[in-house]
Design a protein around this ligand. Structure first.
Ligand code: SF4
Length: 230
């Protein structure tokens, strides 16, 4: 485990009262993503088609940070990781380790509840081809930073993929070089422990980059660490 030196006890610092964790439905900050959002709104008017807000317990000790809404997943349903393959693996794993209760049915009204856990994304609007540009990742970080800063009990962050990892480090005002991304790596930053995982995308699981066992091992460690720190 790497320990990242921080100048403050808590790298989040104190959240200003004005922090906005949920972007406006018509957030105008990324012109390319706004244009794509409008295009999909025209094509699929019954879909959510807006920045997808974090889901779960704002007072949870665990935050999971994904990349961005999937076109037919969160962008369609309005709930992170809901309605596409990545959600099948993520929610099954959260249920297995007690971070969720209920039955995941790939719909935002399935009654699934997250326990001590919240899910967000580095980028809140769906990007074309699932690939946000660096400038979009940087622009949208204001909302990720606010999400982190307002979770007063936060102790564990699972970052899904390198982009989520790098953006979360920047949100915590830490240098990426101090904590290089590697599946299964754990980094300690003040009171917060960062757990690296490959993204649970269909591509990664189909190609064997990430197996369900590898994914479960990350959450088994988070569960064990949080149980120990109760
Ligand atoms: S990606 Fe984030 S910053 Fe960019 S338009 Fe969407 S909500 Fe706004």
């Amino acid at each position: 485990m790497t320990t990242i030196s921080t100048t403050k006890q808590d790298p989040r610092g104190k959240p200003p009262a004005s922090l906005l964790t949920i972007p406006d439905r018509n957030c105008p900050l990324c012109p390319r993503l706004v244009a794509f959002r409008e295009e999909v709104r025209q094509r699929e008017p019954s879909w959510f088609n807006a920045p997808v807000p974090p889901f779960g317990d704002a007072e949870g000790r665990l935050l999971i940070v994904g990349l961005a809404p999937g076109l037919q997943g969160a962008n369609r349903t309005g709930r992170p990781f809901t309605g596409d393959y990545a959600g099948d693996l993520l929610y099954a794993t959260l249920l297995e380790y007690g971070f969720a209760e209920g039955t995941y049915q790939a719909r935002p009204d399935d009654g699934l509840k997250l326990i001590d856990c919240r899910i967000g994304n580095a980028v809140h609007c769906v990007p074309p081809q699932n690939k946000p540009l660096p400038v979009e990742i940087n622009t949208c970080r204001v909302f990720l930073s606010a999400t982190i800063a307002t979770m007063s009990r936060l102790r564990a962050v699972v970052v899904l993929g390198r982009i989520a990892h790098d953006s979360t480090l920047k949100a915590l005002k830490l240098r990426a070089a101090a904590a290089p991304f590697s599946h299964g790596a754990v980094h300690q930053a003040g009171p917060i422990r960062l757990y690296d995982s490959y993204h649970c995308s269909r591509y990664n699981t189909n190609t064997g980059v990430l197996t369900p066992k590898m994914f479960r091992e990350v959450f088994a460690r988070v569960r064990a660490d949080l149980n120990e720190s109760r």
